[in-house]
Design a protein around this ligand. Structure first.
Ligand SMILES: Cc1cc2nc3c(=O)[nH]c(=O)nc-3n(C[C@H](O)[C@H](O)[C@H](O)COP(=O)(O)O)c2cc1C
Length: 192
């Protein structure tokens, strides 16, 4: 199996991290991989905000304040899973750093959509490169990425939107892979 395929299959979302700093060099390497993602017209319409310390804590608080009401009342979350999920929601499993990936907003709706697509490709590069560096990641989406409070903490400009908050650190778990639906349900072969 090739190295890329190996990374694609073995990368997992990590929701428990060791209390251990990640050297900045490693983060730079992972960002380099993200920055090599494809983009429309090579526009590279993304920005990476790397946070630790009080910035990580503040963003985690925004998430927890939302999750503490949401998780216990979400009908699809089994009751026995609630305590574990609330613990995770306190600090995304203790990741010491976050990488926030934003995409640029344009007047042209298609350009904005393509900026979102390109920044998503950058996130996937980032997560795969992190895996190769022995680091865990998880892509956080949902209401927190649209919250005004989050935007203020991260000092975002008006012409950008968050695509994902990516906690990053040394994994302290080895999750069982979640199954994927059978490819046959997803693929249409036309003209064969
Ligand atoms: C756009 C997007 C949003 C996601 N949002 C969250 C999230 O808010 N919280 C979380 O714990 N995981 C989130 N995930 C991670 C998915 O839950 C995870 O990728 C999926 O369950 C498959 O597991 P795996 O990544 O270990 O293969 C998100 C993933 C994507 C691509």
């Amino acid at each position: 199996m090739g190295q890329v395929f190996d990374a694609i299959l073995k990368r997992r979302s990590i929701r428990k991290y060791k209390n251990q700093e990640v050297p900045q060099d490693k983060i730079k390497k992972v960002l380099e991989a993200a920055n090599w993602a494809p983009s429309n017209g090579n526009s590279q319409p993304w920005r990476f905000i790397v946070t630790k310390g009080q910035y990580v804590n503040k963003v985690c608080n925004v998430f927890y304040n939302w999750a503490k009401d949401y998780i216990p009342n979400a009908p699809y979350i089994p009751e026995e899973k609630v305590p574990g999920m609330l613990k995770y929601a306190e600090n995304f499993g203790g990741a010491p750093m976050h990488i926030i990936v934003t995409h640029e907003i344009f007047e042209d709706e298609i350009k904005t959509k393509e900026a979102l697509m390109a920044a998503s490709a950058a996130i996937q590069n980032l997560c795969l490169a992190a895996w190769e560096e022995g680091l865990g990641t998880v892509w956080i989406g949902g209401p927190i990425i649209y919250s005004e409070e989050t935007r203020e903490i991260l000092q975002l400009t008006e012409n950008e939107e968050i695509v994902g908050i990516i906690p990053i650190g040394y994994p302290d778990e080895d999750p069982v892979p979640l199954e994927r639906k059978d490819l046959d349900q997803k693929v249409e072969w036309l003209g064969f």
